[in-house]
Design a protein around this ligand. Sequence first.
Ligand SMILES: Cc1cc2nc3c(=O)[nH]c(=O)nc-3n(C[C@H](O)[C@H](O)[C@H](O)COP(=O)(O)OP(=O)(O)OC[C@H]3O[C@@H](n4cnc5c(N)ncnc54)[C@H](O)[C@@H]3O)c2cc1C
Length: 423
Amino acid sequence: MNIPQSNLPRVVIIGGGFAGINLAKTIANKNLQVVLIDKHNYHTFQPLLYQVSSSGLEPDSIAYPLRKIIKKHKTSFFRLAEVNEIQPEQKNIKTSIGDLTYDYLVLATGTKTNFFGNTDIEKNSMPMKSVPQALNIRSLILQNFEKAAIANTKEEREAYLNFVIVGGGPTGVELAGAIAELKNNILPRDYHDLNANDMHIHLLEGSTRVLPPMSEHASKKAEKFLKALGVNVHCNTQVTDYDGLVVSTNTDLKLQSETLIWAAGVTGAPVGGLNASALVDRANRYKVNEFNQVEGYDNIFAIGDIALMTSEDYPKGHPQVAQPAIQQGKLLGKNLLKLAQKQPMKPFKYFDKGSMATIGRNKAVVDLKPYKFGGFFAWFIWMFVHLMSLVGFRNRVIVFFNWTYNYINFDKAARLIIRPYKK
Ligand SMILES: Cc1cc2nc3c(=O)[nH]c(=O)nc-3n(C[C@H](O)[C@H](O)[C@H](O)COP(=O)(O)OP(=O)(O)OC[C@H]3O[C@@H](n4cnc5c(N)ncnc54)[C@H](O)[C@@H]3O)c2cc1C
């Protein structure tokens, strides 16, 4: 892999997500050799993937080159590779571009889409976990509009204009709101040969309310906002099958749709090679102690979504959202420096900054202990927080400019089928 030998202890970080980059930044230029490995050469700001899917933002504005994060640090290296196996006895990893030894290994591989074993759904639905997948959704939505414009029958046209989103968590809710805005603001302007009333957006959620991880107050408000935008919300409804056209559910509801977007859950993305007991089967996450050390290993750590750290406050582990990943990345950085100096490490304590979701223009819900609110102010806070959390000044400027332009013009400027999606 062409990483120079040095006297510094080598820290290998697998994954350049929120957890991995915060760790890499914390330990850069600090008497450790750092090797960051990712199968993509960029960091993805996943909270805004839905805006790429719905033509609101260009993909480049939510991705950031990983090499740029470490470029100023002479003892930090990046390698574009997929890690396939860990060999803990040899302190070695096997990757798509060769082997690499480590002194400390950090697993920050995040999650992948969970289809709960349903192969039909996996084959026919659209996941939204990466930039290419978000671009696929964008292309498919726009291709469907084009096909609907030339459809021969009403049924055919309706299937192209029916959009089914599965999973009423923040991702599903945000995407449903954004697609509803396409219907309300873009379809009538761009496609005067289509009747916007023929377009239907269905949001299916298996539990009793949308936004189950948030407060009841947030759920009620979000459902009200979604309905006002024209989204059909179906709670207590689980998708049982999808053959590419017919969506079957556990209720009487059956829908015909060319598009099913799967936002119903994630599962960990572990790397093979560690003891089976290090993984929690149900969640596919590594069991870690309060220092993020993987069970059974002193020099292997897991941080972010892939780590399952239980405590009295979080008996099922921390929520799989950005803040625990960022906070664990930063603390592990400090702890690795302590470890290298033979000092005791500091245990992790999660600081919950609250949660939020936006449902479209001027509409969002925010849960901040002890305040819960929704509407314009919540939407403003949502925008500010997301803008400031984006990685890279250039990305912040571009997103700010895009949002301002879209807000003034009721527009979504990235309505381009650059790379047609083939079903
Ligand atoms: C659509 C969507 C919307 C979201 N919205 C929000 C939100 O609004 N607010 C919020 O707080 N959280 C949100 N989340 C969750 C949040 O993005 C995650 O909690 C966060 O990204 C976790 O960070 P991480 O570093 O653990 O993993 P990730 O950010 O997923 O990064 C993992 C990295 O590891 C790399 N990788 C994986 N396996 C390998 C391998 N074998 N070899 C090499 N590289 C590998 C991947 O390429 C990736 O870059 C959202 C997630 C999604 C999918």
